[in-house]
Design a protein around this ligand. Structure first.
Ligand SMILES: Nc1ncnc2c1ncn2[C@@H]1O[C@H](COP(=O)(O)OP(=O)(O)O)[C@@H](O)[C@H]1O
Ligand SMILES: [Mg+2]
Length: 315
């Protein structure tokens, strides 16, 4: 496998010239400029291309023997199968040359939404989620995701941490390790469902597009599952953005009133365990900031779990 860049992402100039030529041919005009947006932890090319005719498109690309190519191809199949009106950009094409694959996606114009209490961006995000999960996923979507195992269903961490608790584990987590491991162990059996699941919902996987409003991007982990997955993933992000954990715990409960609360708690335990376990692993190449993020997200998830368990598990 090619060695990914040690910091940051592959750039347009790293793409083999035959694939660049193929893309320009398919787009019908030369690429005049590229912008790599901040955000995300992937090392593949993920860039906005400005074209000579004034248009912009978004491209994700990697070598074919890099696992991110399979993710990008999965994302392309998902974008193609999402129902009309889903908060996602359109797929424009897939191109292959010189043992690389590029996925071309409609460009969204705007910043990441601001999920802090000072902004109102968080509310349309909840509304989008409610709409997305209000009915079962359509058949083409279910078929598109059926070939990839659900990364959400595979989340865990407390099991390993309980076996060998690291010295820097938050005392409250240490005190509740067996309970957290038990909750997490219940998750795989509850992880199945028929709703659309984005599977990686964070502010950096959303764009507040000037005309479409908040739109979800980076559908590489999309799957089907219970409606709680995306809502319970969004909740710790709001805490990281400055909201009070107690407020977010209430909000999550309101939005998932129709869902089984045990499923939500089991998912949150598995997600938080994943963060606590992975935060302690060596940093992977090409993903600076990932471990710091996981430490912070793990603390936010634990605070939220505390409210669901009627205890305060904050660090
Ligand atoms: N269609 C799009 N239009 C404009 N910007 C986008 C688009 N899709 C993603 N982005 C921006 O590019 C960044 C990286 O893309 P993303 O799909 O999240 O890749 P990764 O899997 O590497 O995180 C996102 O954080 C977002 O800022
Ligand atoms: Mg991303």
């Amino acid at each position: 496998m090619p060695v990914p860049p040690t910091s940051g992402r592959l750039q347009w100039t790293d793409v083999p010239p035959p694939l660049r030529a193929r893309l320009e041919d398919a787009l019908g005009t030369p690429v005049t400029d590229t912008v790599t947006p901040a955000g995300g932890f992937g090392h593949q090319l993920a860039a906005a291309l400005r074209l000579a005719d004034g248009r912009r498109v978004f491209v994700k690309a990697a070598p074919d023997d890099d696992p991110l190519t399979a993710s990008n191809v999965h994302e392309a199949a998902v974008l193609d199968a999402l129902p009309p009106g889903a908060p996602a950009p359109d797929l424009l094409g897939i191109h292959r040359a010189a043992d690389w694959t590029a996925v071309v996606i409609a460009h969204l114009d705007g910043p990441h939404p601001d999920l802090s209490p000072a902004s109102s961006d968080a509310w349309p995000t909840w509304a989008l989620l409610d709409k997305l999960t209000s009915s079962p996923a359509p058949a083409p979507y279910t078929t598109a995701v059926s070939t990839a195992p659900s990364t959400a269903a595979a989340l865990h961490g407390w099991d390993e941490l309980a076996t060998a608790p690291p010295p820097d584990l938050a005392p409250t987590a240490r005190a509740h390790l067996s309970q957290l491991a038990e909750l997490e162990a219940a998750w795989p059996a509850l992880a199945h469902g028929d709703r659309i699941v984005h599977g990686d919902l964070r502010a950096d996987n959303m764009v507040r597009d000037r005309s479409q409003g908040v739109t979800f991007v980076d559908w590489a982990h999309a799957t089907t599952g219970p409606a709680c997955i995306d809502a319970a993933s969004l909740a710790p992000q709001l805490i990281l953005a400055g909201h009070a954990p107690a407020d977010i715990a209430t909000l999550l409960q309101e939005h998932l009133a129709a869902s089984n609360p045990d499923t939500t708690t089991a998912f949150l335990a598995a997600l938080t365990g994943h963060w606590h376990r992975n935060a302690r692993k060596p940093a992977p190449p090409g993903a600076p900031g990932l471990r710091t993020y996981q430490h912070r997200a793990g603390a936010a998830g634990l605070a939220l779990l505390g409210y669901r368990l009627d205890e305060t598990l904050v660090q």
